[in-house]
Design a binder for this molecule. Structure first.
Ligand SMILES: Nc1ncnc2c1ncn2[C@@H]1O[C@H](COP(=O)(O)OP(=O)(O)O)[C@@H](O)[C@H]1O
Ligand SMILES: [Mg+2]
Length: 164
């Protein structure tokens, strides 16, 4: 199995009004392809700071890392192009149809025009929402329902599934 996320002594110290806050302290992490990895800790433990550094949205104070083989400091645009994100609260435009939302995000993600329709068709198939592509997102589903469908799909496809 190849390493998909790797950090070496990743450290972030924030300076606030002359005071130093050591948010992430020499983190050494290896996550392998196919792993489902939970990164847990109490409020203020440094989880968000770690993820912001992995995505190149803030610079480490020292140390470094790689995501999918790309250096988080020198190749952060590449990192962001290969990382997916499922927000806590869904972020679709409710007054647009499901199809238009997917098309909009596909374009933002730089998916070539000729591939977009096919990708949307496959995505809607996975969550069994093909018949509702033309309806506005506010009428389609709750985020819970979508998550349930996605996890049902992963149940079918994968050998490991960690329920929440
Ligand atoms: N932009 C910032 N400036 C100064 N301190 C910060 C900033 N962001 C987070 N911190 C501090 O860094 C520590 C880790 O925070 P954070 O990464 O948000 O933890 P978590 O996501 O695990 O709750 C906390 O002490 C927090 O107050
Ligand atoms: Mg956080």
């Amino acid at each position: 199995m190849s390493v998909i996320i790797e950090t070496e002594n990743l450290t972030k110290i924030y300076s606030v009004g002359g005071r130093e806050i050591r948010a992430v302290d020499n983190l050494n992490l290896k996550v392998y392809e196919g792993d489902v990895f939970g990164y847990l800790g109490p409020n203020g433990a440094g989880k968000t700071t770690t993820i912001l550094m992995l995505l190149g949205l803030i610079m480490p104070t020292s140390g470094g890392g790689r995501v999918c083989g790309y250096d988080i400091i020198r190749e952060s645009r590449k990192v962001r192009s290969v990382v997916g994100y499922v927000p806590e609260k869904y972020s679709f435009y409710e007054d647009m149809t499901a199809y238009d939302n997917l098309r909009y995000f596909a374009k933002l993600n730089g998916i070539p025009d000729g591939e977009i329709d096919d990708r949307i068709r496959r995505a809607l198939e996975i969550v069994e929402l093909q018949d509702r592509a033309g309806r506005s997102c506010s009428h389609i589903f709750t985020w819970n329902e979508a998550e349930t469908r996605i996890s049902q799909h992963s149940n079918k496809e994968s050998k490991t599934n960690i329920p929440r």
